[in-house]
Ligand binder design. Structure first.
Ligand code: CP
Ligand code: NVA
Length: 307
């Protein structure tokens, strides 16, 4: 494994497999009351420069279940918000803590933190990617379908952080990945280059949700306007018209097709209330698996630290 979890592009398919297997084991332990306080005495600093419900609660609870401690640092209320350089924050926090989770805007900030801190850095979402979410997503599909290899993953909507991580994670796990985005809202060029680089990868970027959904085994979508894009909401609502996961679209997918959403969801925009409720069990399994997948990441990255 790498020192950090900055983006899925840095991991191999085997690394992802190892994280998912560890997550399954930790979930089993938690459900059966088997102690797993592998990070006893360790502290995770959690830096948030954007809002969160799931990421904050699952990391904090996960660290507690692993026998450690998590502390919340709001970007605004710490010296980060007053411009203290990332390299100084990194070199201070490594003196107190055993790992750092960060949710912020620029991917560069996370990469810089990792460069200057000798402790593991975990990306809790940037504008570029959301690796922890996609590890939970892959875990959930594998739980429901038993395998990942050969299944078709489809993503409808904005070529955002979720799209970027799903493309990389899905392809690295041997899935076929099909993405439908309106022109001007494509995934990151670095991700598209990766997706087209391997002749074994089955990837397509199309312009209509219907083309992407045909034969899908798992359909994903995400909000039309991400955090930090609030002012673009009206323009985006127009651009994404029709990029909706609804019953007509689901009729094109394979029988038993799953629906996944990282949440929060906007019913009536990227997904209808009917489809959301029909797949609520899978969607909330996905939310739960944030806990288990992140416990696996923390365990694998932090267990040997300072020993
Ligand atoms: N899916 C997700 O990351 O949720 P939060 O923004 O609530 O953390
Ligand atoms: N694309 C969304 C994901 C939220 C979990 C955002 O960045 O706001």
């Amino acid at each position: 494994m790498t020192k950090d979890l900055l983006k899925l592009l840095d991991l191999t398919g085997e690394d992802i497999d190892k994280i998912l297997n560890t997550a399954d084991q930790l979930k089993y332990n938690q459900k059966h009351g088997i102690p797993h306080d592998y990070l006893k005495g360790k502290t995770l600093a959690m830096i948030f420069e954007k809002n969160s419900t799931r990421t904050r609660v699952s990391f904090e609870t996960g660290m507690f279940q692993l026998g450690g401690h998590a502390l919340f640092l709001s970007g605004k209320e710490s010296q980060i918000g007053r411009g203290e350089p990332v390299e100084d924050t990194a070199r201070v926090l490594e003196r107190y803590c055993d790992g750092i989770m960060i949710r912020t805007f620029a991917q560069k900030e996370v990469e810089e933190l990792a460069k200057y801190a000798r402790i593991p850095i975990i990306n809790g979402l940037t504008d570029f990617c959301h690796p922890c979410q996609v590890l939970a997503d892959l875990m959930t599909i594998r739980e429901h379908k038993a395998i990942l290899k050969g299944l078709k993953l489809c993503y409808i909507g904005d070529g955002n952080n979720m799209a970027n991580s799903l493309i990389v994670g899905g392809l690295k796990c041997g899935m076929e990945v099909s993405v439908a985005c309106p022109e001007g809202y494509d995934p990151d060029p670095q991700v598209l280059e990766f997706a087209k680089s391997d002749p074994n990868f089955r990837f397509s970027l199309v312009r209509t949700p219907q083309e992407a959904a045909v034969g899908a085994d798992a359909v994903f979508t995400d909000v039309w306007a991400s955090m930090g894009q609030e002012e673009e909401r009206a323009v985006r609502a127009k651009a994404f018209e029709g990029y909706q996961v609804n019953e007509e679209l689901m009729a094109l997918t394979n029988p038993g097709c799953m629906v996944q959403h990282c949440l929060p969801a906007h019913r009536g925009e990227e997904i209808t209330a009917e489809v959301f409720e029909a797949h609520a069990q899978e969607i909330f399994d996905e939310a739960e698996n944030r806990l288990h997948a992140q416990k696996a990441v923390m365990y694998l990255l932090m267990k040997g630290n300072k020993e």
